[in-house]
Write a protein that binds this ligand. Structure first.
Ligand code: GAR
Length: 205
C-alpha cells in the first residue's frame, strides 16, 4: 500500500478530512506521518487524537536555505517510509513554497489544495482575490505540485457561487466545505492509481 505524508502549517481541517476518510476505509493508503513547520499548528493535536504520528520541523529561525529546510522534510518523510517510489505527499494548508529539489524528488507525487478555481487567483488570499475581482463563482482546486506556484496539473475542482454580500470569511467557509469533500476524493483517486498525467492535463479513469 502507498504511504501518505501530510504537511500542514495550521488548523489542519483538510488533513482531518483526509485522515477521517482513510479511517472510514474509503482510501487505500497508510497515513504514515503529519509534519508541521509550526510548533503551534492546531492540526498537530487533531492528528495525534486520530492516532497518527507527528513531527515538527520549525521553519521560523531555520538556519539554512529553502533547499536545506526541504532536505529535512524529505529525511523525515523517508524515515516514515513515504518514499519517492511508494509515497504520496499532501500539502494541506502548508504555507511554504517547495524547493525545486523537493518537487523533483517526489515528481508527480505531491498534491495541494488551493481555495480558488485555478488558474484564477493563485498564491495568498485567494478568497479575497476572488471577491475583489468581482468573480461570480469561485471554489477549490486539487492539483499536482510542479515548480511553479499553484501551476501543476489539475486533478479535481469544485465550484461555489460568490454571493453579493460575501466577505472573505463567509466565502472561505463555503469553499472549505467543498475542500473537505474534494481533497479526500483526489487522494482516493491517486491511491487507486486512477490518475494519469499527460503534460498539463490529468485523465481520470
Ligand atoms: C485551506 O483553505 C487551503 O485551501 C488553503 O489554506 C487553508 C488551510 O486550511 N491553502 C492555501 O491557500 C494554499 N495556497 P486547513 O489548515 O484547515 O486545511
Amino acid at each position: 500500500m502507498l504511504n501518505l505524508g501530510i504537511l500542514i502549517s495550521g488548523r489542519g481541517s483538510n488533513m482531518e478530512a483526509i485522515l477521517k476518510s482513510i479511517k472510514r476505509k474509503k482510501i487505500p493508503i497508510n497515513p504514515s506521518i503529519v509534519i508541521s513547520n509550526k510548533a503551534d499548528a492546531k492540526g498537530l493535536k487533531i492528528a495525534q487524537k486520530l492516532g497518527i504520528k507527528t513531527e515538527i520541523i520549525e521553519s521560523r529561525g531555520f538556519k539554512g536555505n529553502r533547499q536545506d529546510y526541504d532536505k529535512k522534510i524529505i529525511t523525515v518523510l523517508k524515515k516514515y517510509k513515504v518514499t519517492p517510489n511508494n509515497g504520496l505527499v499532501c500539502l494541506a494548508g502548508f504555507m511554504r513554497i517547495l524547493s525545486p529539489e523537493f518537487v523533483k524528488t517526489y515528481k508527480n507525487r505531491i498534491i495541494n489544495i488551493h481555495p480558488a478555481l485555478l488558474p484564477a487567483f493563485p498564491g495568498l488570499d485567494a478568497q479575497k482575490q476572488a471577491i475583489d475581482y468581482g468573480s461570480k463563482y469561485s471554489g477549490c482546486t486539487v492539483h499536482f505540485v510542479d515548480s511553479g506556484v499553484d501551476t501543476g496539473p489539475i486533478i479535481l475542482q469544485a465550484i461555489v457561487k460568490v454571493k453579493n454580500n460575501d466577505t472573505e470569511d463567509t466565502l472561505a467557509k463555503r469553499i472549505l466545505v467543498k475542500e473537505h469533500q474534494t481533497y479526500p476524493e483526489a487522494v482516493r483517486l491517486f491511491a487507486e492509481k486512477k490518475i494519469k498525467i499527460h503534460g498539463k492535463k490529468t485523465i481520470i479513469s
